[in-house]
Design a protein around this ligand. Structure first.
Ligand SMILES: [Zn+2]
Ligand SMILES: [Zn+2]
Length: 252
């Protein structure tokens, strides 16, 4: 299971890193050492994520554990999207409160600093967590399946949203149309612009999928923007080009 999570991470992050290269060439210029660290932490997290997921998947198949239902009609069809929302809301709640807790100075130093070492993060930072933080995230869905009924299709949607949003919220630019994240939907849904501000200011914008907890608790700091990050990336790319030209120049 750890291998599946790791390969899924490499495929999805790799795909979005490729899209980033095409859409914003040079955005990750000079970040190779950081990207190597992000991939290292992420693969370690994948190994951790796979353990409870593997145990529960085994128990589901062989011991009838969990409330995952194989017959699509065991619950009314309207429940399918509701179950997806319940999982996302529960995960978001868990993430918000543990994330706020991870920002307490001692725990930040021990664990969460690993995630914030990415400045600015890239598409490879999706699972770049210290093992302590990875463990807290790894337990959510494997625990939920014991309490909240869900069909494998719903579970696949939850895992897809989880993976794609983890990657796109860190990739350094906004993939979704402005009408979505600047409009009424964006007031409640988290995309890259919201999480950018968390990585820039550290304090505030702790949510994962929804802005509900941030708004309720007064920790919402609004949307960030990528202008400064992109200007810095352009400067890094320019320096790298100048270095290359210098090395290849005459008399050297
Ligand atoms: Zn982050
Ligand atoms: Zn944080």
């Amino acid at each position: 299971m750890s291998a599946i999570v790791g390969v899924r991470y490499l495929i999805v992050s790799g795909a979005f890193a490729a899209v980033t290269r095409a859409r914003h060439p040079g955005l990750y210029a000079g970040l190779d050492p950081q990207i190597r660290r992000e991939i290292g932490w992420s693969l370690a997290s994948a190994a951790i994520y796979g353990v409870p997921a593997g145990v529960v998947a085994w128990g589901w198949q062989n011991r009838g554990w969990t409330r995952i239902y194989g017959d699509l009609h065991a619950w009314p069809l309207w429940y399918l999207p509701v179950s997806v929302l319940l999982y996302l809301a529960a995960h978001d709640t868990w993430f918000y409160w543990t994330h706020r807790w991870m920002h307490r100075p001692r725990l930040f130093r021990i664990a969460h600093a690993a995630h914030h070492a990415s400045r600015p993060p890239t598409a490879w930072a999706a699972m770049a967590f210290h093992p302590i933080e990875a463990l807290s995230g790894a337990l959510v869905v494997p625990l939920l399946v014991f309490f909240v009924p869900i069909h494998p299709i719903g579970l696949a949607v939850v895992l897809t949203v989880m993976t794609v949003m983890g990657v796109t919220n860190h990739m350094g630019w906004e993939m979704f149309p402005a009408a979505l994240w600047r409009g009424p939907v964006g007031r409640w849904i988290i995309t890259a612009s919201h999480h950018q501000r968390h990585h820039q200011q550290y304090e505030g914008n702790y949510g994962l999928y929804f802005r509900v907890w941030d708004r309720l608790c007064g920790t919402d700091r609004g949307l960030g923007d990528f202008t400064r990050d992109h200007a810095r990336a352009a400067a890094r790319a320019g320096r790298a080009r100048a270095d290359d030209a210098g090395r290849g120049g005459p008399g050297r």
